[in-house]
Design a protein around this ligand. Structure first.
Ligand code: ADP
Length: 670
């Protein structure tokens, strides 16, 4: 069966028919041959039985009269049947009475003794025994032996005929099946051919021819329907493809347009970003310039007001000078607020975290704010919780600024009662935090305004500007500063009862180890410091490089009052020249000067090997200005407007102090 698996369908059909026919013929032939063989055997037994009966009958008389010759004669009559090769008659005693041999006598053919009635096929012979009975008494036995070869010869002939019939039948079956197989294989082969065309040439328009309504016909119908369906789908697919292509084209056009638009937008955005960057740069530059431009005259106003206040003036004039000085300071606070806010916005606010004395800080805030509180009849008190450290680690300038803003507001918005500054320390996430609660009994802030007071230019009530003044920047700056320092600013308030602003900042672990707060001793210390500073005088020659006449005159005046010998240079060039030609103990160098600015001048001097200490005077307060000065070769810097205490502190670093009285005649500006 396995052999047939790969045969062509027509060969398969022929083979199946042939095998079926041959099997049927062989079976028929076999059955026929077998039945013929049986029939022949039965016929020969019958014939021999008849002969035995007849001859036995004939021999009865011979046996009765014991006439052996008569018996022999009877037996010899059997020669008529050529197949009988032996015949014998036995007496009842078993002795051979008479015998007959067709050919020469052969003892092999003679059975030694008679047998029971019956027959046996053996040794190519049929042997048959029959009793001879007379008056119901057995008087002898007859034996006949027939040669089976003629029967076998006939059977052989018949078998050959049967084989011939089988072969002929197979041949006829082959011829007929070869012709008839086309009825089945023809349409299938045709179908296979069409399927091949479809699969190889992808031609779905061909159809298989249907020749009958049988299963093959149904198969062809289904195949053709399938092709029909494929063709329909092909058409639909082509149509869908075409519409898809059209859609893709449309979308591509739209996308290209959108892309172009996007590119334009990106270019516009880039341009705007560049412009914004430029604008930001310009803003920063403007801030730097404004800072310089505003601070320079402020330096003159406040500085000379300070100088004038020390003069021996009439009471009235002293008041006027005090007013000029206070106005100048207020203006400076406002300018500082605006500059600070701009710096925070531009992310250019510099902070400097150092260890600072908590006592100094609280004293300085308290002493600054107390006169204003007293003026309004308010009680101002610092309430210290136990365990406060002597020092904390933060930016003292910015912290002071925050506290001054908060206490300033408390004084401003309180008419009667008190302002308490509660100071306490606690831990947050394992880190010590210092908390300042500025509590007042003032007008309070309505609940719905409490969230917005920290926004810039916001006031809880629009009428506050008129009544209390203010820019609306203070709290915004304070809150941002608190955040820059790693802390927070919050408020709780009840309208009409008062407010508490809470400023919480990291205290710095190391700073907390600096012992405990003791403000009493510090007050003494500060007083002695202040007394000392008033009397301070120094020895030495100082070169002041400053282009602004006002500032030049002020610095010169202040330095001369300290007993210092002053030489002036009006720009960087002159400063370099003078510093190279003369020996100085200290150089004050304005950084913004015509011809050659302070940075270049400091750099040139350092390159020329001049090691005289240089202190930069800078009105720029932007982040990084200090580092720029130090990088240019300066040793220190003082920002304008000049703070007299800071001036003394810096000079003290580089010049030797003296207790010699200073001659007031040297006040005259040169
Ligand atoms: P301003 O310069 O106007 O004081 P601030 O930013 O410091 O600006 O304050 C914003 C607003 O918050 C104030 O105008 C006021 O309405 C409210 N405010 C601030 N502090 C207090 C306070 N201690 N009591 C009542 N209102 C306050």
């Amino acid at each position: 069966m396995r052999i047939m698996r790969n045969m062509a369908i027509k060969d398969k059909l022929v083979a199946i028919i042939m095998l079926t026919c041959i099997a049927a013929l062989l079976l028929t032939g076999g059955i026929f041959a077998f039945s013929e063989w049986g029939a022949q055997r039965r016929a020969i037994v019958r014939s021999l039985s008849t002969h035995a009966a007849m001859t036995g009958e004939n021999c009865k008389a011979a046996l009765t009269f014991e006439d052996a010759n008569d018996a022999k004669e009877m037996l010899s009559m059997l020669k008529e049947d050529s197949s009988i090769v032996f015949a014998g008659v036995y007496l009842e005693s078993g002795e051979v009475f008479a015998s007959y041999y067709r050919d020469a006598p052969d003892t092999n053919l003679l059975p030694s003794e008679p047998q029971e009635d019956g027959h046996e096929f053996a040794g190519g012979l049929l042997t048959l025994f029959r009793s001879i009975v007379l008056d119901e008494e057995t008087i002898g036995t007859i034996c006949l032996r027939s040669d089976l070869r003629p029967m076998y010869a006939m059977l052989k002939r018949k078998s050959i005929t049967i084989i011939g019939v089988v072969l002929l039948g197979s041949l006829v079956a082959y011829v007929v099946s070869s012709r008839l197989q086309r009825i089945i294989s023809g349409p299938i082969l045709n179908l296979a051919e069409v399927a091949k065309v479809v699969s190889q040439e992808k031609d779905y328009s061909v159809r298989a021819a249907k020749e009958s309504n049988d299963e093959v016909g149904l198969l062809i119908d289904s195949f053709n329907e399938m092709l029909e369906e494929i063709s329909r789908r092909d058409v639909a697919l082509v149509e869908a493809n075409e519409s898809l292509e059209t859609r893709v084209k449309e979308r591509t056009v739209e996308l290209t347009a959108a892309n172009r638009e996007l590119q334009n937008s990106v270019e516009r955005a880039n341009l705007m970003a560049r412009e914004a960057q430029e604008a930001n740069k310009a803003k920063s530059q403007f801030l730097a310039n404004m800072s310089h431009e505003i601070r320079t005259p402020m330096n003159g106003i406040i500085g000379f007001a300070d100088v004038l206040a020390d003069e021996d003036l009439a009471e009235q004039h002293k008041e006027y000078v005090a007013i000029i000085r206070d106005c100048g300071r207020e203006l400076l606070v406002l300018i500082n607020d605006i500059l600070d806010f701009s710096k925070i916005e531009a992310n250019k606010l510099a902070t400097e975290i150092t260890s600072c004395s908590l006592a100094k800080l609280l004293n300085s805030v308290e002493s600054l704010m107390r006169p204003k509180a007293v003026e309004k009849g308010l009680e101002l008190r610092v309430i210290e919780s136990p365990g406060l450290p002597g020092g904390i680690s933060t930016d003292p300038v910015r912290l002071r600024q925050c506290l001054v803003n908060l206490v300033g507001n408390a004084v401003k918005f309180t008419e009667v009662g008190h302002i308490y500054i509660h100071v306490s320390i606690h831990e947050e996430n394992g880190e010590p935090h210092i908390q300042f609660d500025v509590e007042d009994t003032g007008i309070g802030i309505p609940k719905d305004k409490q969230g917005t007071v920290f926004e810039v230019f916001t006031q809880a009530d629009g009428s506050h500007t008129r009544k209390y003044g203010g820019s609306g920047l203070g709290l915004a700056i304070t809150k941002r500063l608190a955040e820059i320092l790693g802390g927070r600013l919050t408020v709780t308030s009840v309208e009409g009862e008062g407010s508490t602003f809470s400023l919480v900042l990291p205290a710095g672990v190391d700073a907390c180890k600096n012992g405990f707060l003791d403000r009493h001793n510090l007050a003494e210390e500060l007083r002695t410091d202040r007394d000392k500073s008033v009397e301070t005088a120094f020895l030495g020659r100082v070169l002041v490089a400053e282009d602004s006449l006002t500032n030049r005159t002020l610095v010169e005046l202040l330095l001369k009052r300290m007993g210092i010998e002053v030489t002036i240079a009006v720009d960087g060039n002159e400063a370099v020249q003078k510093a190279q030609n003369e020996a100085f103990d200290l150089i004050f160098m304005d950084m913004q000067m015509p011809n050659m600015n302070g940075y270049e001048a400091a750099g040139t001097l350092r390159k020329a090997g001049i090691a005289t200490p240089i202190v930069a005077l800078t009105a720029n307060v932007m982040k990084g200005d200090d580092k720029k000065c130090l990088a240019a070769g300066c040793d220190d810097y003082i920002s304008k407007p000049l703070d007299r205490a800071r001036l003394i502190e810096v000079i003290g670093k580089y010049l030797a102090s003296t207790t010699e009285p200073v001659h007031q005649e040297s006040d005259a500006a040169t």
